[in-house]
Design a protein around this ligand. Structure first.
Ligand code: AP5
Ligand code: MG
Length: 214
């Protein structure tokens, strides 16, 4: 299965993509996670991405395409993947389609997780992430067992989850990523899934849609 999970900031892409990747036994590939890892490691890529991320803007397409091209060439991505947060612009979608065409394959499904804006802000500002294992919690809807993660790791808030940056990320989404809705609708591969309700319920909806695409 080669699937893309798209949707606005904090729609639940990471939560759902991690679960799908495990169930389908394919890698969960998140460009946001790759950029955050590069920032934490202090690499040149991290240096390039940091300012854009902290301002709620997109990292330039050529930088993003470079890391995705490299990641999709790995052995573990040859039989499938779940992409999370990529593509985010029409040029990225065109770039992805070229990479896949060069491998003689194509996407099976593009799933857009649809969540109203007021809920997105609640999800972003309540998110806490384990610094050790990367597990994602929500202070209200998916609370950690105590002050720390189940694994004992410290919980942190993402820098771009402040209300101001979330507002900027939403504006960026509307301007640069929403056009992909039309792009993939025309291609016939888009399925819109209601992202409200608990994560298990959303997962069941996505699995139903993917079942129709495979
Ligand atoms: P990225 O990391 O992709 O961030 P995002 O798209 O803004 O999305 P989030 O990770 O905030 O949310 P999510 O949809 O994964 O939700 P989650 O499952 O965590 O990108 C960050 C930045 O990197 C971008 O702004 C940009 O600068 C750069 N970047 C990344 N990709 C790029 C690209 N392709 N091109 C250019 N730049 C790029 O859930 C959120 C919260 O809600 C959690 O607390 C979770 O527990 C909770 N939750 C999840 N599901 C539910 C539910 N059903 N009910 C209640 N709560 C829920
Ligand atoms: Mg995410």
């Amino acid at each position: 299965m080669r699937a893309v999970l798209m949707g606005p900031p904090s729609a639940g892409k990471g939560t759902q993509a991690a679960r799908l990747g495990t169930e389908l036994k394919v890698p969960h590939i998140s460009t946001g996670d790759m950029f955050r890892a590069a920032i934490a490691a202090g690499t040149e890529l991290g240096r390039q991405a940091r300012g854009f991320m902290e301002a709620g803007k997109l990292v330039p397409d050529e930088v993003t395409m470079g890391i995705v091209r490299e990641r999709l060439a790995h052995e573990d991505a040859q039989s499938g993947f779940v992409l999370d947060g990529f593509p985010r612009t029409v040029p990225q979608a065109e770039g992805l389609s070229k990479i896949l065409a060069s491998q003689g394959v194509k996407l099976d499904a593009v799933v857009l997780i649809d969540v109203p804006e007021d809920e997105l802000i609640r999800r972003a500002t309540g998110r806490r992430i384990c610094q050790e294992c990367g597990r994602v919690y929500h202070v209200e809807w998916n609370p950690p067992p105590g002050d720390a993660c189940e694994c004992g790791g410290a919980l942190v808030q993402r820098k771009d989850d402040s209300p101001e940056t979330v507002t900027e990320r939403l504006a960026t989404y509307r301007a640069q990523t929403e056009p992909l809705r039309d792009y993939y609708s025309v291609e016939g591969s888009l399925a819109v899934v209601d992202g409200m309700g608990d994560p298990d319920e959303v997962h069941r909806r996505i699995v139903r849609v993917l079942g129709r695409c495979s």
